[in-house]
Design a protein around this ligand. Structure first.
Ligand code: SF4
Ligand code: SF4
Length: 222
């Protein structure tokens, strides 16, 4: 999933303080799962903003709405009956959702209430960790299902580096060395021969380094 965290309250207040009527829009997908921008967080932020405006003697008309997916035009269209009644939109989606709302409602100011972080997974209750950087040419099949791009601090494709110590990364001892994890797992699976193969230089053009990417499915495009 895409993970996110709420921005500092003061930054959000600075965005919306010039306005009196705010449409606050959450998203029911990834940001709900990582407890950043779902229905519950929309309610909490709306209350906090009401309180902040009240303390400054300002009236705030805030409408809460949570879409199924804010990165999907079909659901973004559901705002059409609301947008005109509000001065600005405050989005609690990831950056994709914020941009979709801004793309659809071109004349309306749209502000992000979240900082989008990374593609990750839940390690434990309340802890999410980065797992994928969307390189566009997945190597998990030869690295034992552990991503060296997202999980090795140096993105080394043939590791570990000389700084790996007792299974920990030299960049941050709280991080497990990805290449230690890769080796341990390949060994456990009896696939050590995969580790012996030197990976060729990766073609980063399939990643974000090659510029903004698109997927075009001719069979689905109309
Ligand atoms: S190899 Fe690429 S696609 Fe696969 S998990 Fe890592 S970053 Fe993501
Ligand atoms: S110690 Fe391991 S995870 Fe850290 S940079 Fe070196 S190879 Fe990568």
């Amino acid at each position: 999933m895409i993970t996110a965290e709420r921005k500092p309250m003061q930054e959000i207040i600075d965005y919306v303080s010039p306005f009196n009527r705010i449409l606050l829009v959450g998203c029911n997908e990834c940001v709900t799962v990582c407890a950043a921008g779902g229905r519950k967080e929309v309610g909490l932020l709306a209350s906090a903003l009401q309180m902040s405006f009240m303390q400054r003697g300002k009236a705030l008309d805030i409408q809460e709405i949570t879409l199924e997916r804010q990165c999907d035009p079909e659901y973004v269209e559901q705002l059409v009956n609301y947008v005109d009644r509000y001065d600005a939109v405050l989005s609690m989606a990831c950056g994709c959702g914020v941009q979709e709302v801004a793309r659809r409602y071109k004349t309306k100011p749209v502000f992000p209430a979240l900082n989008t972080k990374f593609m990750g997974a839940s390690e434990h209750q309340g802890i999410w960790a980065e797992r994928c950087q969307g390189c566009g040419d997945c190597v998990l099949g030869v690295t034992g299902g552990i991503c060296p791009i997202a999980r090795c601090s140096k993105r080394i494709m043939n590791g570990p580096c000389g700084g790996s110590t007792k299974g920990k990364c030299e960049i941050n001892p709280d991080i497990e060395c990805a290449w230690q994890l890769i080796w341990d797992r390949l060994k456990m699976l009896g696939l050590e021969d995969r580790y012996e193969e030197i990976m060729e230089a990766k073609d980063w053009r399939t990643s974000r380094d090659g510029g903004p990417r698109r997927i075009v499915r001719e069979d689905l495009a109309s």
